[in-house]
Design a protein around this ligand. Structure first.
Ligand SMILES: Nc1ncnc2c1ncn2[C@@H]1O[C@H](COP(=O)(O)OP(=O)(O)OP(=O)(O)O)[C@@H](O)[C@H]1O
Ligand SMILES: [Mg+2]
Length: 267
């Protein structure tokens, strides 16, 4: 098991130019657990994750990793502990899958030190886990959306960080690959104690896979807690403005949200 790191956000205000997206937000990421962040489009989920991984400087407040400000840490040092898979990562043109996944090893390489057997093993394990080994020599540009997403996940895994932030890791994936990726992240959490924070739009997968749920609306945290505490009809209505019913998932015993609409109502 890895040492559990604490990642906390205190009084964080974020925005772009004059616009404030998140104001005075506090959040403690439970160490060694899987946290899912849910919320409507544009509520600030990606903005929060980017700031937690040092890519967006706070207007006010702090992001603290083990009590130290991430925005004051050297990027490479932070990247050995905390990895981010952004929502829409951009690959250098023409790069192969193997080279892209290999870039996940960058934080571990010292100046002038050569690529070593640990790097090879980490890349091979990441390709294997994401079933992308067969794509290793292909150019990332020519992959399908789902293949490319799995390659980005492989790159994040190759970084072998104790904390992993993933912004919509299941986008573009078919249902079986979604479950596979979430199973894989669960394995990583259970076997290595990796702390995981992921943005998910699928409430039912979020309810199944997360220990801790954070529901955001308009740059604020509306509810946080276990899936049973957060995935209630009232909270889902408040977060998304959506009529819904919550029943029990027969496979996990967790809440299962049935979205309703004008054409589908329940008696
Ligand atoms: N680079 C940027 N410059 C200016 N405004 C931005 C930028 N990135 C995001 N925003 C704005 O900040 C707000 C929050 O965006 P953010 O990407 O954090 O939302 P999100 O919750 O991740 O949404 P989604 O579910 O659609 O990914 C939105 O109004 C968005 O238009
Ligand atoms: Mg987003």
């Amino acid at each position: 098991m890895t040492a559990a790191h604490t990642l906390a956000v205190e009084g964080l205000t974020l925005g772009y130019g004059d616009r404030t997206v998140i104001e005075s937000l506090d959040l403690l990421v439970p160490p060694g657990q899987v946290t899912a962040v849910i919320g409507a489009n544009a509520c600030g989920k990606s903005t929060l994750l980017r700031s937690m991984s040092r890519l967006l400087a706070p207007k006010k407040g702090h992001v603290l990793l083990d009590g130290k400000e991430v925005h004051r840490m050297p990027p490479k040092q932070l990247a050995r502990t905390l990895g981010l898979l952004p929502q829409s990562p951009v690959a250098p043109e023409g790069i192969t899958v193997a080279d892209l996944v290999g870039r996940g090893r960058h934080p571990h390489q010292r100046l002038l030190a050569r690529w070593n057997a640990d790097d090879d093993a980490a890349v091979a394990a990441a390709l294997d886990a994401t079933e992308t080994a067969g794509l290793a020599e292909r150019s990332v540009d020519e992959l399908s959306g789902g293949q490319r997403q799995r390659v980005w996940i492989a790159m994040a895994l190759a970084q072998q960080t104790d904390l992993l932030l993933l912004d919509e890791p299941t986008t573009f994936l078919d249902v079986s690959h979604q479950v596979e990726v979430l199973d894989l992240l669960t394995d990583l959490n259970r076997s290595r104690g990796t702390t995981i924070v992921m943005v998910l739009h699928d409430l039912n997968l979020a309810g199944r896979y997360a220990d801790h749920l954070v529901a955001m609306a308009d740059g604020k945290i509306l509810a946080a807690g276990t899936p049973a505490e957060v995935l209630t009809e009232d909270t889902v209505r408040a977060v998304y403005g959506l009529e819904n019913r919550v029943i029990t998932d027969p496979a996990s015993g967790k809440p299962l949200v049935l979205p309703l609409g004008r054409h589908h109502v329940l008696a």
